[in-house]
Design a protein around this ligand. Structure first.
Ligand code: ZN
Length: 276
């Protein structure tokens, strides 16, 4: 990863587009001409160091075939390996997202960020930083609406966000998280029809509880950790300084329990029934 990091550092000052190309595809079946069904690429964050620079469009977060068009809460990893995926919703967000990026970088942790279109539009530079640091990206709709909506609105909520994610970072993603976890308002149905994986969670930090102290978030995660768990946290949608405060303790506590951190696409690729 040293070479990749160096490469990213060098090209980041030139253009984010180039920096993103440090993350390259490994699947021979990849087809980036397709925006709706990019092919399997679980190792987007782990490129070989001698790969030549390619266009921005080569950064894709895709899912194995058996998870396409499906709802996922957690994964049963091969050999019950102690892997866990931290997911961060509702950003990009000023202050909290960069603070979390620093913590992740210091700890060598990769996470998965689910972005809201309106937040992304407001904070494109933060988004570029997230992508450049090798975290996985998912779609969390444009407006973060919970209400039932017609098919055209659901389509617009997801496609508009997908387009801005691509325009801003060069990322194409097959990961979708429904706002509030609502699965019956039209959004998840549209996402599935486009072969997204609808990524829910198996463990919440409960960091949206306005009265809880950061230590409560830490306890929630450390008590509920299981191999293959998907953990819900937030960097945006409100003041998340308590989540930032909890994050280093969550990471160190999980490491003490023997966990290794993976992105959601990496986790899906580790499922015991995953096919190559
Ligand atoms: Zn959300």
């Amino acid at each position: 990863m040293t070479a990749s990091l160096h490469l990213q550092k060098v090209v980041f000052v030139l253009t984010i587009a180039l920096s993103l190309t440090a993350c390259t595809q490994t699947s021979p079946r990849q087809s980036l001409s397709s925006t709706t069904n990019p092919s399997l690429n679980p190792s987007a964050t782990n490129p070989p160091s001698n790969t030549p620079v390619k266009p921005t469009a080569n950064l894709a977060f895709t899912v194995p075939p058996q998870f396409q068009g499906k709802t996922v809460y957690q994964v049963s990893p091969k050999n019950q390996e102690k892997v866990i995926a931290l997911t961060i919703d509702d950003g990009p967000w000023p202050k909290t997202t960069p603070a979390m990026l620093n913590i992740f970088q210091q700890n060598g942790v990769k996470a998965t960020f689910f972005w809201v279109g309106t937040a992304l539009q407001a904070h494109p530079d933060i988004a570029k930083q997230v992508a450049a640091q090798g975290h996985a990206i998912g779609n969390h709709t444009w407006h973060h609406w919970y209400r039932k909506m017609d098919a055209a609105t659901a389509k617009s909520e997801i496609e508009r966000t997908a387009e801005l994610i691509y325009k801003t970072t060069g990322v194409k993603t097959s990961l979708f998280r429904p706002p509030g976890g609502f699965l019956n308002n039209g959004l998840a149905a549209y996402a599935k029809s486009k072969n997204y994986s609808v990524i829910m969670w198996s463990l919440t930090s409960a960091d949206t509880d306005p009265r809880a102290k950061p230590q409560a978030f830490v306890n929630n995660v450390l008590k509920g950790a299981k191999p293959g768990a998907i953990v819900l946290m937030h960097d945006g949608g409100g003041d998340r300084h308590r989540t930032v405060e909890a994050l280093p303790k969550i990471i160190s506590g999980l490491k003490q329990q023997g966990y290794r951190f993976v992105t959601v696409p990496e986790l899906l690729a580790m499922a015991e029934n995953a096919k190559p």
